[in-house]
Ligand binder design. Sequence first.
Ligand code: HBI
Ligand code: FE
Length: 310
Amino acid sequence: MVRCRGDPVFAEGLGVNSTAAKHGLAAGEHGAPERSDWTVDQGWHAYTPKQHAVWKTLFERQTQLLEGLACDAFVQGMKKLPMSADQIPDFAALSEVLHQSTGWQVVAVPGLVPDDVFFDHLAHRRFPAGNFIRAADSLDYLEEPDVFHDVFGHVPMLMHPVMADFIQAYGKGGLRAQQLGFLKELARVYWYTVEFGLVRQAEGLRIYGAGIASSYSESRFSLHSDSPNRIAFDLARVLRTDYRIDDFQEVYFVLNSLDDLLALAQTDFAPLYEGLAHGTHYTTGDVLPQDTLLCAGTGNYHRERRRAQL
Ligand code: HBI
Ligand code: FE
């Protein structure tokens, strides 16, 4: 995921939940791990019936909603995985199927982990997934990626060979971007693809981003609201574009096909970073003359939100 350390992290909904327990990096000293790679045992047997019930509620609600909204790759990936409404999935069982398909594994972490640790896992085809689940009274809000976001949202797409390669390349690129001082810029690419990406399909636009696919409200907003802009994905443009971590996106970038990620995974970003040092940066609501605007948003949603906050 794509915030910088210390930022407020992950808002899927609009509630406020100041009582939420902190995990991982957000928990300060208490979140620090015993292992240097920040992995922990999933502790599957320690989940309570209540926690499995939260998973069930989320799983059923989201699976129903995503019919006709999620892209084919997401649906296919989900079908092949040992994941159902019954219980929080066992990471070892997921990893077995995933590893045979695309060479990925799911490893448990207590919450957010430091950037370099996160990238190192991805570079080695290990997806770090939070092992905790949100509370029953805050189904639509979380400050950190939990097991529902990480597993329901991300793991189905890791079954797709191109996405599998792309996320690994992002891990390698992340370590490099850190050295070069362009992490903020690279993180925008992850945000607008892996987290909040839309893709064209024969029938129309579909969701592939995990931040959308795991969010009840943003799944509909991203495809059905007339408010956000939907713009054809362009790497140089995305590298310069801010994003929102505290509300729905004001813009979604759309791939022609998931196969476009293949070229992206093979792109050397270093020369692009050079150009970024001087050029303009864009805010979330900008539409540029050179954009391929697939769907011009009214901007009403965020205009109202700004007014309400005055
Ligand atoms: N840790 N567990 C976890 N999940 C993330 O998505 C994540 C992280 N640490 C850092 C991070 N994301 C991002 O800030 C990087 O993509 C830049
Ligand atoms: Fe995520």
